[in-house]
Design a protein around this ligand. Structure first.
Ligand code: PGA
Length: 256
């Protein structure tokens, strides 16, 4: 059975004090009733991961992920961090291929493929992001773009690997813009990805992969997105920086 998941991507936001206060707020608001069967993941800046993992040791609800890792295990790559380093902090997952990484840091599908291997080889889950730009949406060829990202990013993996890979569909035109894909637009893409997973792997694997939606998902629109059959949860940017909003989105997932 696939998991319902709400993940928060803090991006390059929060000072150390703000980050720890946000974690404290979530520890308070994420009760058993709010969380239910929903898997909750937070993705703070890498600098704070160690302290945040430590502060969540006793918390049964909140898993911790990183926003990126390098393609190599170690070496002369000043300013970077690797999957083995992240694994040594006892985190749970790594976001890979976020559209901001693709746009500003030139990350290709091939680089994402290597990074997903790094995550899996180090026993971390990968949250692999895919999604089309506004021009690609307008051209009508968006599904081709998304399936190419799936094909190339997931090249070489077998069905068993998909137990540790979560997909996040994030239309670039909806990220941080306040414009959300309609539930119907998102469902169409999620169903298309699942159909592709069925062909590429098998029907059981396709049914078991969690596919999250990301792009201006907020307390006000989360429930209608999560009501769709193939939308298993959300990858939340801006609204994950506010404990009350993030909690409301988790609650919407638990209740949908
Ligand atoms: P947003 O970001 O919720 O602020 O649109 C989503 C994301 O980039 O993961």
């Amino acid at each position: 059975m696939r998991r319902r998941i709400v993940a928060g991507n803090w991006k390059m936001n929060t000072t150390y004090t703000e980050a720890m206060a946000l974690v404290d707020g979530l520890k308070e608001s994420l009760t058993e009733e709010v969380v239910g069967e929903t898997g909750v993941i937070i993705t703070p800046p890498a600098l704070y991961l160690s302290d945040i993992v430590e502060s969540l040791v006793e918390n049964p609800y909140i898993a911790v992920a990183a926003q990126n890792c390098h393609e190599k295990e170690s070496g002369a790559y000043t300013g970077e961090w690797s999957a083995p380093m992240l694994a040594s902090l006892d985190i749970d997952a790594i976001i890979i291929g976020h559209s901001e990484r693709r746009e500003y840091f030139g990350e290709t599908n091939e680089a994402c493929n290597t990074k997903i291997s790094q995550a899996l080889n180090n026993e971390l889950a990968a949250i692999y992001c895919i999604g089309e730009t506004l021009e690609e949406r307008k051209s009508g060829a968006y599904m081709d773009v998304i399936l190419k990202q799936c094909e190339e990013g997931l090249a070489g993996f077998i069905a068993d690997d998909m137990d540790n890979i979560i997909l996040a569909y994030e239309p670039v035109w909806a990220i941080g813009t306040g414009e959300t894909a309609s539930p119907e637009q998102a469902q169409e893409v999620h169903a298309g990805i699942r159909a592709w997973l069925t062909e590429r792997f098998d029907a059981e694997t396709a049914q078991d992969v969690s596919i999250l939606y990301g792009g201006s998902c907020k307390p006000g629109n989360a429930a209608e997105l999560f009501a769709k059959a193939d939308i298993d949860g959300g990858l939340i940017g801006g609204a994950s920086l506010n404990a009350a909003d993030f909690t409301a989105i988790i609650e919407a997932r638990t209740k949908a």
